[in-house]
Design a protein around this ligand. Sequence first.
Ligand code: AMP
Length: 155
Amino acid sequence: MKKVTMDDVLNKDIMELIIPGDKVAHVQVDNPLEHALLVLVKTGYSAIPVLDPSYKLRGVVSKTLILDSIFGMERIEFEKLSEHKVWEVMNDTPPVLKTNESFLDAIKLSIDHTFLCVEDQYGAYQGILTRSALLKYLNHYLRDNKNKESACLES
Ligand code: AMP
C-alpha cells in the first residue's frame, strides 16, 4: 500500500471514502414503519438515511426511533407499525457533510455519529461516510508513521 503523508490526510477528498448512494440502504419518507423496521433488521444496520421520491435526503431513521414510537404506557402497540409513516418518527436534522468540506470537518462531525450523510453543494444526496472508514484511513496513516519513526530510530 502507498505511504500516506500528513498532507495526504489533510487534503483527502472525502468522496474517495464515501459509500455511494446506490450502495446505501435507505427508506422513503412515506414508507410505513414496518417496512423501515424490516429493512433495518434485514440489513443489520441500526440507522439508515430517509429519502424522498426525488432522491433528496430528508432524515435518518433508526431501530431505536421506531421502537420508541410503538412503546405505549401498558403495551407495545404493534399496530402503529402499519399505521404510521417514516417521516413521523425520523430524525429530520441528520448530520450532513458537504462534498467540499475537509477531512478534518468530517472527523469533527463524526465524533458524535457513526455515519454522516453526504450532499453536494446543490443539496443532492451522494451517499454516506462512516466513522469506521475515517478511522481505517487514519489507522493506515498512523501505523505508517509509527513504522517510519521506528526505522529512523534503528538506523
Ligand atoms: P459501519 O462503520 O460499517 O459499522 O457502519 C456504521 C453505520 O453506518 C451502520 O450502522 C449504518 O447505520 C450505516 N451504514 C453503513 N453502511 C451502510 C449501508 N450500505 N447502507 C445503509 N447504512 C449503512
